[in-house]
Design a binder for this molecule. Structure first.
Ligand SMILES: [Mn+2]
Length: 427
């Protein structure tokens, strides 16, 4: 299924006058504060969030999975789904592939399909957290950190193979998330696990093309519940520093221990120039993989305050970082959930762009705690939805992406095309 431009235009025409009134009103309000709404809209238009190939089907838990129907059955259909999202919001212009769930067997046709939908390929992801059919050695007790050199080599070779697939598609980064660790005290030697992992990562690093990066993602726990080799941003940064300038830390919102100050982690990593990018999601208890912004929107905003600050300091635009959604959709339509997530990201970004940095810095210098808090909260409490809608409209997307998705009955169309009981490849 494809959404045609005239369908987006018709939808926008029907909503334009209401939207425009709201936008003009907000623009005037912001103008009084010395903020140029059009500048913010431009920055929103430039912000692109990658969609992972594994988020297009219904997720599940260890108790079960309730498929929603019409799920993409292969890589081509996954690319088509991201194309639908990008047509609707014009902010989801790339797809991040997971190998081996989505091996691009014919790179050329996959590339031409993607470019016909105005999509590019984001970081490629390796997988050594589960065994694949016909795999010789098991990752049950680890991969890059494994006590057996042969298992480590198999895992290294897999990562190098993933780079090869990525090169064919025009990706520029390999993303590694390692589940290696231990479930019980005594099970593994922390130092040896670290050193084995470093040695393995160094072999992978040596295979990176010159213009590539490797993203090292950390996670506190799960699937291992006593220790994880790359457990936090400190361990991840240590690996990156030992590897070299092409290695950066990837932050996944859900991969922290409860109440971690993630905005401070972001600020520190950006100060060191070692933030690769972000995996967005939200959570209440652990790595819940819920819709971005659904539980703790203020935290997301505070993270964006630091991201914006870091980008300014480094003189870099948002395109210098890898932004991706990494969530699972157990009870919602995955495409609607992704539209909600992208919108939540843009809303937080817009709010962070409203923050008066000079005033904030002055308040800090004077230890005016009340004013500093107020500056942030004023920005957070501004309804910036007209700015996000305007950015989507100007870049050719829909004023109300989920509304149009529903009006066009996209899901039932996909179910007609693909069947009611299709299950996307992945976990
Ligand atoms: Mn992640």
């Amino acid at each position: 299924m494809k959404i045609e431009k005239y369908q987006v235009d018709q939808h926008n025409d029907s909503l334009f006058s209401k939207h425009n009134n709201q936008f003009i009103f907000l623009k005037e309000q912001l103008g009084e504060q010395g903020i140029n709404a059009n500048d913010i809209v431009k920055q929103l238009e430039a912000f692109q969030v990658a969609i992972p190939s594994w988020a297009l089907g219904t997720g599940g838990t260890r108790f079960g999975r309730f498929s929603g129907g019409g799920e993409p059955r292969n890589l081509e259909e996954k690319i088509e789904d991201v194309g639908l999202l990008h047509t609707l919001n014009r902010s989801s212009g790339s797809i991040s592939l997971h190998i081996p769930w989505d091996i691009p067997s014919q790179a050329e046709s996959v590339i031409s399909l993607a470019s016909s939908l105005d999509l590019t390929f984001d970081a490629v992801n390796s997988n050594t957290f589960q065994d694949q059919k016909d795999q010789e050695l098991s990752y049950k007790f680890g991969s890059l950190s494994h006590v057996d050199k042969a298992v480590r080599k198999q895992a290294v070779d897999h990562n190098i193979e993933v780079i090869k697939y990525g090169k064919e598609l025009g990706s520029k980064a390999l993303s590694i998330w390692l589940s290696d660790g231990s479930c019980f005290p005594g099970q593994s030697n922390f130092v040896k696990s670290f050193q084995n992992t470093l040695e393995s990562l160094q072999e992978i690093y040596a295979a990176l093309p010159d213009d590539w990066k490797v993203f090292v993602e950390y996670k506190a726990y799960e699937p291992n519940f006593y220790s994880t080799v790359i457990q936090d941003w400190g361990s991840s940064l240590l690996f990156c520093q030992k590897l070299g300038a092409k290695a950066d830390v990837l932050v996944d919102l859900g991969h922290h221990l409860p109440n971690a100050n993630i905005e401070q982690i972001v600020a520190t990593l950006m100060m060191e120039g070692r933030l690769a990018g972000f995996h967005f999601n939200d959570s209440k208890y652990g790595d819940d993989d819920l819709t971005v912004g659904s539980i703790r929107p203020y935290m997301l905003f505070l993270i964006f305050v630091e991201l914006v600050e870091g980008m300014k300091r480094a003189g870099k635009g948002s395109d210098a970082f890898a932004w991706m959604i990494d969530a699972s959709h157990n009870v919602k339509d995955p495409l609607e959930d992704l539209l909600q997530s992208v919108e939540a990201i843009l809303l937080s970004y817009a709010q962070a762009l409203l923050v008066d940095r000079n005033k904030l810095e002055q308040a800090r210098q004077q230890n005016d705690v009340v004013l500093a808090q107020q500056i942030l909260q004023n920005a957070f409490r501004t309804d910036v939805r007209p700015l996000v809608r305007e950015s989507m409209r100007l870049s050719g997307g829909a004023l109300d992406p989920i509304g149009l998705f529903r009006n066009l009955q996209v899901r039932s169309e996909l179910m007609n095309e693909r069947g009611r009981v299709t299950v996307a490849t992945g976990l």
